[in-house]
Design a protein around this ligand. Structure first.
Ligand code: AMP
Ligand code: ZN
Length: 145
């Protein structure tokens, strides 16, 4: 994707502070970090959201996040981290090339848990929760790719 800023980083056309690279995955420091060590992990192939990523690439993406997270935490002497994807524009995704955020966290840093990202919590009754769980469980059994 010529006009994708993360594809341009993958291609070496614009600079980034790369911290990890393999055949399928690139990780680099966020240019506007919300914490020291804030790192983005992307598939080198352009996919817009997680649902677009084939299983094999998703596995490699998660493997990189899994191995990088403690490395990033240690590098900035963090106490913890939040790992998240803004998955789609309505969820705050601004760069339409799927990327996981590793955000190091520190005791008393004034931040919030991941629960703070959503709007007003829904008021769902037991029947609605049961139906939702059934629907998702049935759909989760369907092959996706
Ligand atoms: P999101 O809202 O999840 O799409 O976040 C996009 C992230 O990409 C933001 O945290 C930006 O600071 C970051 N970002 C945008 N352009 C660059 C760039 N050229 N190099 C590194 N990070 C970037
Ligand atoms: Zn891209």
């Amino acid at each position: 994707m010529d006009d994708c800023i993360f594809c341009q980083i993958v291609d070496g056309d614009i600079p980034a502070r790369v911290v990890y690279e393999d055949e399928d995955v690139l990780a680099f420091l966020d240019a506007n970090p919300i914490a020291p060590g804030h790192t983005l992990v992307i598939p080198k192939t352009h996919y817009e959201t997680l649902g677009d990523v084939p299983a094999e690439h998703a596995n490699r993406l998660f493997a990189a996040i899994h191995s990088l997270t403690p490395v990033v935490e240690d590098a900035v002497d963090a106490d913890a981290s939040n790992i998240g994807f803004n998955n789609g524009a309505a969820a705050g995704q601004e760069v339409p090339h799927v990327h996981g955020h590793i955000v190091p966290r520190f005791e008393d840093d004034g931040g919030n848990p991941i629960h703070a990202v959503a709007g007003s919590p829904p008021n769902l009754g037991d029947d609605e929760l049961d139906a939702l769980a059934d629907d998702i469980a049935a759909a989760a059994d369907e092959p996706r790719d």
